[in-house]
Design a protein. Structure first.
Length: 474
């Protein structure tokens, strides 16, 4: 049993103000694998006070010095990437190859984007005669990160905060805290000044709420559910904090008849199932031109049935379990709802995959003949579940794609490049991929509507942590 009860505050590992043990459950075995402490308001106060004390000196530290420390942190992470992958695999069930290469690998990848983005920030620029625009760190930042991509979200928040000269208090998910605790070790090893980075474990209603309301926190950056993001915003309102949010999604994947159907359907299914469907930008609604609808349903069935489910400790390209009993129950309930509401179950369904009787494993599931008003088309399942919806033409495809409270990502496939560009510009989403094209490091990550506000990554993520000041002098 791993025991990690201490918090990282003011450059040291310290015990919580009051004991409050919390077990971390290995989702592959349903057994406790570690124990941490849950913090309280007093622990948040201590961490915020440390960050507040450290802020003036850190903000005044030359940018080059801050970047040098971040580069040292990056080198440490790359050296210990295997440890990080093992922690992620254990805490949230990601298969070890995926946990190390994709999950842990997000840290160095985002670092490269931020370091490049820093070159494009006008830290000081002339405005008019005797006037200058100055960009300065906003102050002490409260950072709340989720369990599904733990290091990805820590990197997207901590890196720009420290780069700009902000100090921070991080609350990782109490479900998957082990990788965050390792990250704190990396920060300590890199030699950042004490109080610049602090970590307090805890749950949302206690530690998260205390951070949102805290008068000495200047900004809250939150990633998680839309419901929880709204609570953070409400909590921050009394002190008029800046709040940036990266929330849920129900991303459309439009398949036109002229697309490379076998390739793009397989890609879409695999992307939906990746990370066991626990990604906010997963293409979970496959919209298919009716002319090729039944053909695509068959291709999606074959692709989903080719997705292997297995032990996260084993090497391979399989998917692992869902993160927790609560997540497993939610996904099972929504699959049952899809059946009850009349969607056609193409493959998968309720229960664990054959031969598995322990662990939070779910069956890769595909529903066809889904109406966009069905529950499984409206709600974020956050599991390996794809819904398929037919459309008649380009106009209806765009209408269905945009008919969602979310707007994080969108995908489309077509053999007509002009149509691809035309449709992409009509989709109300922050990130659009045509024919499977990827994004470069440092791209803006974020969405429209209830998918949040602000953008993470590169220069856009840096800008969110900066205040703009004009100085005019005679």
């Amino acid at each position: 049993m791993i025991e990690k009860r201490d918090f990282y505050i003011d450059g040291a590992w310290v015990a919580p103000e009051a004991p409050h043990d919390c077990e971390v459950v290995d989702p592959a075995t349903e057994e406790a694998c570690a124990v941490i402490s849950l913090g309280a308001e007093a622990d948040v106060d201590k961490a915020v006070a440390a960050a507040r004390r450290a802020f003036p000196a850190w903000a005044a530290t030359p940018l080059e010095t801050r970047i040098a420390l971040l580069e040292k942190l990056d080198a440490i992470m790359q050296c210990r990437i295997g440890e990080l992958g093992e922690a992620i695999s254990l805490e949230m069930g990601a298969p070890i190859d995926f946990a190390t290469g994709d999950q842990a690998g997000c840290g160095p990848w985002h670092m490269s984007g931020f370091l490049e983005g820093a070159k494009h920030i006008a830290w000081e620029e002339p405005f008019a005669d005797g006037q200058v625009i100055v960009r300065e760190p906003i102050g002490v930042c409260g950072l709340i990160t989720p369990w599904n991509w733990p290091i990805n979200q820590i990197a997207l928040k901590v890196y720009p905060a420290l780069l700009t000269g902000c100090t921070c208090v991080l609350k990782p998910s109490e479900i998957a805290p082990l990788s965050a605790l390792l990250f704190a070790e990396f920060v300590d090893e890199a030699g950042f000044p004490k109080g610049v980075f602090n970590l307090v474990n805890g749950d949302g209603p206690t530690v998260g709420e205390a951070m949102s309301h805290h008068p000495d926190i200047d900004m809250m950056s939150f990633t998680g559910s839309t419901r929880a993001g709204a609570l953070v915003t409400k909590g921050a309102a009394d002190t008029v904090k800046r709040v940036t949010l990266e929330l849920g999604g129900k991303s459309p994947n439009i398949i036109f008849a002229d697309a490379d159907l076998p390739k793009m359907v397989r890609r879409g299914v695999n992307h939906c199932m990746e990370n066991t469907g626990q990604s906010c930008n997963a293409p979970t609604r496959m919209l298919v031109e009716r002319l090729v609808y039944e053909e695509v349903v068959g291709l999606a069935k074959d692709a989903a049935e080719a997705v292997k489910v297995g032990n996260p400790r084993e090497h391979g390209d399989h998917i692992g379990p869902l993160v927790s009993q609560a997540q497993f129950d939610k996904v099972q309930g929504l699959i049952e709802t899809g059946i009850a509401e009349g969607a056609r179950l193409v493959t998968g369904g309720i229960g664990r995959p054959d031969g598995m009787n322990r662990g939070y494993y779910a069956r890769p599931t595909v529903f066809a003949d889904v109406d966009n008003q069905m529950t499984i088309a409206r709600e974020e399942v956050f599991g390996p579940v794809l819904v398929m919806i037919p459309f008649e033409g380009e106009e209806e495809a765009v209408e269905i794609a945009n008919d969602t409270p979310y707007g994080l990502a969108a995908y489309l496939s077509t053999g007509d490049a002009e149509k691809g560009q035309r449709v992409a510009r009509q989709l109300r989403a922050g990130m659009v991929r045509v024919n499977g094209a990827g994004f470069a490091a440092g791209h803006p990550f974020g969405g429209y509507k209830q998918s949040g506000n602000g953008r993470e990554g590169g220069r856009w993520g840096i800008e969110d942590f900066l205040e703009v000041k004009i100085v005019s002098a005679r």
